[in-house]
Design a protein around this ligand. Structure first.
Ligand code: SF4
Length: 346
């Protein structure tokens, strides 16, 4: 039976956020450096209001907020970020693991901590709460060092429902998040989980995003499922077939396709073409830099790693046919470093 995604976010919030007069505390389970976006300090928070069947988070209990973690104030979160940033000489951060927009007051207190520190912050979100309340995007607009990555779960409302088990209205909230962010002038781009979509659905989504904003259309980031053994098992149990995916790289769990630049479909899929292969070099670096730069003009420059071209996509153009699986390897990193683990496994 499907669930209301907004209500579920609220319910999870009551589990992973403690209301406090001096500032709310939220549950976190890990701090680490990883290689996406050219190197970024990541705090993994507990709790998400969706239940994606391909989610890389190993334990349901983390997403449901039941797993033990550490209750941290915004100040404590900020201090841990700063300590790791100093140690690793990495000047950008993100909150991942669960849904960072759960616990709105706490998130804004974390962002306040980052104000005037010449750092970048990337908010990776499913967009449900930003789509539901326009004022969320308006408030985010106060932070010029912020870039928002809205991760769309599929290309259509029915695909969203199939992938998340939630009411299809959630897909429209994700699109509303992009609209609200654009209207508020927040630097943002859409990332789309394409692993389960046919060409027609992909086309449909590109058209929809074009109507929201042609610039967002040009900045669509193609996300693919990471084939960790537990994710493959999860999808098998859910009876979920995928068209494409990539093998986990040395970045470890939580590594995704973040910061890999844009795709130029439908004119020609950048990854498949010679242009696309070149784009993974210098051009790709410029694209990523441009996306980040829009929201963080005062930040320190960060190195952008080289990217490897993908193999040819054999995705069938007629929906309903058996999917052909395309597997590619992600970029090789220097390895995930969990230096300040609250919990080191999830
Ligand atoms: S993939 Fe993201 S939105 Fe989906 S359940 Fe996992 S953390 Fe939540």
């Amino acid at each position: 039976m499907s669930y209301n995604p907004v209500e579920r976010h609220r319910k999870i919030e009551s589990i992973v956020v403690q209301k406090r007069v001096g500032g709310d505390r939220k549950k976190y389970y890990r701090f680490r450096r990883d290689h996406w976006y050219g190197g970024i300090i990541t705090a993994d928070c507990a709790g998400c209001g969706l239940t994606c069947k391909f989610c890389w988070v190993r334990k349901e209990s983390i997403l449901e907020g039941r797993e033990s973690g550490e209750w941290l104030s915004a100040e404590e979160v900020g201090q841990r970020f700063l300590k790791l940033m100093k140690e690793k000489k990495v000047y950008q951060g993100r909150i991942s693991g669960g849904e960072p927009t759960i616990g709105r007051n706490h998130l804004f207190q974390v962002l306040n901590f980052f104000q005037h520190k010449r750092l970048r912050f990337i908010l990776e979100t499913n967009g449900i709460l930003i789509g539901e309340d326009e004022s969320y995007a308006q408030e985010l607009a106060q932070y010029p060092f912020l870039h928002v990555r809205v991760s769309l779960k599929g290309c259509t409302a029915s695909e969203f429902a199939r992938l998340t088990g939630a009411d299809p209205c959630g897909f429209h909230l994700q699109l509303d998040a992009l609209r609200n962010l654009k209207k508020a002038g927040v630097s943002a781009h859409p990332a789309v989980m394409f692993s389960f979509s046919g060409r027609e659905e992909m086309d449909q989504l590109y058209n929809t995003i074009w109507k929201i904003d042609p610039i967002l259309h040009s900045e669509i980031e193609k996300e693919e499922v990471i084939l960790y053994p537990h994710v493959v098992e999860k999808m098998k149990r859910a009876g979920l077939k995928y068209y494409s995916g990539h093998l986990p790289d040395k970045g470890g769990e939580g590594s995704g396709s973040r910061g890999r630049g844009k795709d130029v479909w439908p004119e020609g899929r950048a990854e498949d073409s010679e242009e696309g292969k070149r784009g993974k070099g210098e051009k790709g670096k410029r694209e990523i830099a441009r996306i980040l730069e829009r929201g963080a003009r005062n930040a320190e420059p960060v190195p952008i790693p080289g990217e490897k071209a993908a193999e040819t996509d054999h995705r069938p153009s007629i929906p309903g046919k058996d999917p052909k699986i395309r597997i590619k390897r992600g970029p090789v990193s220097s390895g995930l470093e969990t230096t300040e683990a609250v919990r080191t496994e999830d």
